[in-house]
Design a protein around this ligand. Structure first.
Ligand code: ACO
Ligand code: KIV
Length: 386
């Protein structure tokens, strides 16, 4: 990793956890074959890290991690999640993997009600498990689960302990999505101040709809790796969406990512098909309506220059522009759509067709190009006196 991902560089690593945190979402249970298929697509897309799963969780997770490693391990870093205990770490090592993501919570609420451990005991666990993994030759990423609800001083102590034990990367999870961008920016700045040359990573959840914004804020504060999932799938309201984070980093903030963005739409569709989770119509970047236009003023602008109403081109992300007809249509859009069908009308005829389209739409009828063609033929034939 070295300095190419240092705070001073503009390169940001994309750590995809679709196959681990994404798959943890209730109702998503991928087969080994399905996981391998998605891993292949993620490698093609250009992600830097694939979190293949949680090898200690089940035989299927163990096998899937091994197969993903065999399939794409030569193209991308493959990592497995592990609790801070030797049994999990050993199981992860047995997959043949060379990177491990060790986590243990640091917030008082998790220590009291879940782990039943003291802060001192957790610090010992962090040191012991990271050291154990390092002694077995692994690249180690440590996550203080529920970091954003952890006492700040203790969090920095936990991070420093992981680094003393040899951790290569520190990931800061907003496990229950309670951050806002300004607060998360300040927190990551504090973490970066103690991690020196180690890569700081951020892992954001969408409980308040801020996962992408928080991820960007983390990068602006010095993080150089972001945990994401395709379509933002994940626990509860999901994780930071790969497509949103990548395009925002690249287009709005000028960061460099290895992602082949023209493959984003096809990747989104594959994950949607295999997980059975539909992509929301209005989903940024990869939604069916992300480049959809009906309003006359918008369509007219897009026809003249797409930049009038498209911040990015659909081709850049492998999506498609959709010009629609309805009650909001205008004459420029109608003209273009009819001429694409070989139908050329004068302005008066176009206006007649448009008025009929608006009437139909306002009476609840869905209008498409075929309906517009029928109306246009009727209107133009009226003028042809036999
Ligand atoms: C924020 C996250 O997403 S963390 C990742 C969560 N992902 C998953 O849980 C998916 C896979 N999980 C599983 O298959 C199971 O939970 C397993 C195999 C990991 C463990 O299963 P079980 O042995 O049945 O335990 P169960 O899940 O009921 O409870 C979790 C146990 O792990 C312990 N634990 C939880 N997190 C950690 C941690 N980071 N380090 C060490 N121990 C931990 C809990 O204290 C509890 O211990 P206990 O059984 O001694 O009380
Ligand atoms: C394991 C950690 C990184 C996690 O998934 C979370 O805290 O959300």
């Amino acid at each position: 990793m070295g300095c190419q991902f240092s705070v001073n560089s503009k390169k940001v690593r994309i750590f995809d956890t679709t196959l681990r945190d994404g798959e943890q979402a209730p109702g998503i249970d991928l087969t080994v074959e399905q996981k391998v298929k998605i891993a292949r697509k993620l490698a093609e897309l250009g992600v830097d890290v694939i979190e293949a799963g949680f090898p200690a969780a089940s035989e299927g997770e163990f096998i899937a991690t091994k197969k993903i490693l065999e399939e794409v391990g030569d193209q991308v870093e493959v990592i497995g999640l592990s609790r801070a205990n030797k049994q999990d770490i050993d199981k992860t090592i047995d997959t043949g993997i060379s990177s491990i993501h060790v986590f243990i919570a640091t917030s008082d609420i998790h220590l009291k009600y879940k782990l039943k451990m003291t802060r001192e005991q957790v610090l010992d666990k962090i040191y012991e498990s990271v050291r154990y993994a390092k002694d077995h030759g692994l690249i180690v990423e440590y996550s203080p689960e529920d970091a954003t609800r952890t006492d700040k001083d203790f969090l920095l102590k936990a991070v420093s302990t992981a680094i003393e034990a040899g951790a290569d990367r520190i990931n800061i999870p907003d496990t229950v999505g309670v951050m806002h961008p300004f607060k998360f920016h300040d927190l990551i700045k504090d973490v970066v101040s103690v991690t020196k040359d180690k890569i700081v990573s951020v892992h954001c959840h969408n409980d308040f709809g801020l996962a992408t914004a928080n991820s960007i804020a983390g990068v602006m504060a010095g993080a150089r790796q972001v945990h994401v999932t395709v379509n933002g799938i994940g626990e509860r309201a999901g994780n930071a969406s790969l497509e949103e984070v990548v395009m925002a980093l690249k287009k709005l903030l000028g960061y460099e990512v290895n992602i082949k963005t023209y493959k984003l739409y096809e990747t989104s569709r594959l994950v949607s098909e295999l997980t059975g989770v539909p992509v929301p119509y209005f989903k940024a970047i990869v939604g069916e309506n992300a480049f959809g236009h009906e309003a006359g003023i918008h369509v007219h602008g897009v026809i003249e220059n797409p930049l009038t109403y498209e911040p990015i081109s659909p081709e850049e992300v492998g999506n498609f522009r959709r010009l629609a007809l309805g009650k909001h249509s205008g004459i420029h859009g109608l003209k273009k759509l009819l001429e694409e069908q070989g139908i050329y009308l004068d302005d008066q005829e176009l206006r007649e067709v448009l008025n009929e389209i608006k009437k139909l739409a306002e009476n609840g009828q869905k209008v498409n190009v075929d309906v517009a063609k029928e109306i246009a033929i009727k209107v133009s034939s009226k003028k042809i006196k036999v």
